[in-house]
Design a protein around this ligand. Sequence first.
Ligand SMILES: [Fe+2]
Length: 285
Amino acid sequence: MFYGLLIMFIVIISYILYKGYKNTQDVAVNYTKLGNPSSHSPTIRILHVSDMHLENISITPDQLYKKISDKQVDLIALTGDFLDRKWTIPKLIPYLNILKKLQPTYGAYVVFGNHDYVLRERNFKKLKEVFHEHGFKTLQNEREMIEVNGKAVNIIGIDDFSTGRSDLVKSYQNVGEGYHLVLTHDPNIVLHMAEHRFDYLLSGHFHGGQIHWPKPYHLVKMGKLARMKMVKGLHHFRGAPFYISEGLGQTGINIRFGSQPEITYHDILLDDVVKKEAGEATIAG
Ligand SMILES: [Fe+2]
């Protein structure tokens, strides 16, 4: 009797883990479109990948390439949590090589997440070097200006909020006119950005809950946005849109329930129509 129940228990748990693992292989390709379609502003297509968590990623570089090779992209944005362990760093290289093959017109930009900062300083330095050697620009409270058909676009990389590394003043230093595209890992930073305008912000961090069933109780500890049930997709802060990617890899155990790994294309009309007037801070889903 006891052994019968034990075997049944093991079979059920194995089945649940198998189903959860299969869910991690089902990568969604999502699209957002932003801006006023009647404006004549230049457009930009961004490929956004977040939370690769290379210790627990189910999509191989070749499979990823098959998903993304048919589209021209103008810019690549990687919003942190690549890995936690130094011996995973070489695993990043084939992914960077396939992303590089897309030859984004305006380059590829990287911000780091809380997991990347688990690395010892010298290993973190190595991680950064790998990005630089492969032509990816890292932004830690820094910005880069690009010009898209005559329109200035400030790419503002705000360092990770959850580990206390965000420095908004430094990030916005010398940021001039133009479209403000913010890249950051933890979207909770938007709640502190009343004085720092953005036209669009890309982030990740929550994995859409990862195990979002029956309820993502563990997200309660992950800041105010999570408690407001904003853990994935497009939302607004004071009228300005921000996007939370569900991420490509998994943390802890390589399973997902009620969430799906994703890569995202953002097609943006660079018309910065959203005016950030001083007023009530409002969040709308
Ligand atoms: Fe993550």
